[in-house]
Ligand binder design. Structure first.
Ligand code: F3S
Length: 395
């Protein structure tokens, strides 16, 4: 790789040990993927925040970086942590877990990272523009930034996103280049998608087929940002899709001449929803807890759920996961009181997957998200009730 004078100095250790170690990571990545140079980034989003996912080894790595003087040089924010930092006791988070989680956040904040723990930074004003280069790590945020905003990011790992945040640059390869922003699969959606769960199911089915390839959708007439975030999150979970296009909706739409063509029908939608609902028609089909907000909920989604539960109380406990900023906005509007009266809770800074749900006594969890549907089973040992809001809240 050809490094600029400043990058070479960082690499040589003239900007301190943490910056040197970070530049070494970026150069190694660049060499693996044949990047010719580094490019400046305007923001970074760092994953590897929950104690559940990074454990003691991750905490020690971060504390070591702090000792070595690590400081971020571009706006940097965090993925969800393992607990709501304000109401972890009410959530019944084990105390040993909470102590470690606080230490992890403390290490990140000492590096100058913003105190946001969310996978939807684009809902709280962090919205890179079309063509802007960024280094984001959380797969659903990566998908949204690439696809809906037209920004450019690879699917960074926690250490590489942090290294980019410290150095302010990333190697120029992958989704930063035009040639890698072309779809190899066209999906003709022949059914109408009516709910979040429908978009989640479409994403789950197509992610499995597309694997890491870019996807172009035809036939989706309208889609809200909330529906697009769920579609992208699900494809990134069942496959590794980091970029998709929706004809007439997303800012880019480029398809390869030899792209594979498939269709997605009402029957496939119904079958996928049934498959995701692992407790379908069993004795245990009723969830103990319904978790909404994967990816983190927007204010509009919280408002819709609030309206629904104020008319009819759900038949089980429920959480709405969101960012701290949107949680505070919802509280200003009094949504939290209505939700609590209906047996629910707005949970900030964390989510159903990265908190220690399996240590909190839950065994059957409901969701309308294709991504949560997958990870609740794999990472939280849950049986999953999947469906539309009305279905899972009132089953
Ligand atoms: Fe976000 Fe957690 Fe879902 S990080 S995308 S709410 S699994």
């Amino acid at each position: 790789m050809i490094l600029s004078e400043k990058e070479q100095k960082i690499f040589n250790g003239e900007h301190g040990e943490a910056a040197q170690q970070s530049m070494e990571i970026l150069v190694a990545l660049g060499n693996i993927y044949n990047a010719e140079k580094m490019i400046p980034i305007t923001s970074a989003q760092v994953s590897g925040v929950s104690y559940k996912t990074i454990g003691d080894a991750g905490l020690e790595y971060l504390q070591d970086l702090v000792k070595k003087g690590a400081k971020t040089t571009v706006p940097t924010f965090l993925n969800p942590a393992g607990m709501d930092t304000a109401q972890w006791k009410e959530m019944r988070i084990p105390e040993d877990f909470a102590k470690k989680q606080i230490a992890i956040l403390d290490a990140y904040f000492k590096m100058g990272i913003m105190k946001t723990c969310t996978c939807t930074p684009y809902l709280i004003g962090i919205r890179p523009k079309k063509g802007e280069h960024i280094a984001w790590a959380e797969s659903s945020a990566v998908s949204f930034a690439n696809s809906v905003l037209g920004a450019r990011t690879n699917r960074e790992g926690g250490p590489s996103a942090l290294a980019a945040a410290i150095c302010g640059v990333t190697p120029n390869y992958g989704y930063h280049l035009d040639e890698n922003r072309i779809a190899k699969m066209i999906v003709d959606v022949e059914c109408s998608l009516k709910s979040t769960a429908d978009f989640g199911a479409l994403g789950s089915a197509i992610g499995e087929l597309a694997k890491e390839n870019n996807v172009a959708f035809k036939g989706i007439k309208t889609a809200t940002e909330e529906q697009l975030k769920v579609l992208g999150a699900s494809m990134a979970a069942t496959g590794s899709v980091a970029l998709y296009f929706v004809e007439g909706i997303t800012p880019e739409y480029a398809v390869a001449d030899d792209a594979e063509k498939i269709s997605f029908t009402q029957t496939e939608l119904n079958n996928t929803k049934t498959k995701l609902d692992t407790v379908h028609k069993t004795r245990d089909s009723k969830p103990q807890l319904v978790t909404l907000g994967c990816p983190h909920a927007s204010l509009k989604e919280i408002e819709e759920i609030t309206n629904m539960v104020s008319n009819k109380k759900p038949t089980c406990e429920f959480w709405i996961c969101t960012s701290r900023k949107i949680c505070e906005e919802a509280m200003k509007r009094g949504y939290d009181k209505i939700i609590e009266k209906a047996g629910g809770r707005i949970v900030a800074d964390t989510c159903m997957v990265v908190c220690p749900l399996e240590r909190m006594g839950y065994k059957i969890t409901g969701t309308n998200s294709g991504k949560a549907g997958k990870y609740l089973q794999n990472l939280c040992k849950q049986k999953v009730a999947f469906g539309d809001l009305e279905d899972i809240l009132y089953r």
